[in-house]
Design a protein around this ligand. Sequence first.
Ligand SMILES: [Zn+2]
Length: 115
Amino acid sequence: MKWYRFRQNNSEGRHKEPAHDVFIEAPNDCYANAIAIYYELYFDGCHNGIDCKCCGDRWFKASPRDAYDWEVIKNHIAWNRPNLKDDNNLPLVAFAALGKELVFSVQDVEKNAQS
Ligand SMILES: [Zn+2]
């Protein structure tokens, strides 16, 4: 199982929930994109009149190149940002493990994996 990274573009100069970067565990990118909808991510925001056309879409669908092993996320991408929030109190990272609640730190993902 891989983790798919969704990086948020701050359309209109601001980020939105659930976090700047959202990581979703899934068997492939198609599943990850479907699961993302449950966590308030959306795609084609400009086309649908939700996002600013000059800033571009807020979220983009994941592709196979957005797939990471958990160890890489834990040790290289998110390790230095546990539980951190931006100036507007918005989490920098969020994680959706398969069948689990959304959590906001590497430690919580690993805690959930044991339960
Ligand atoms: Zn704009």
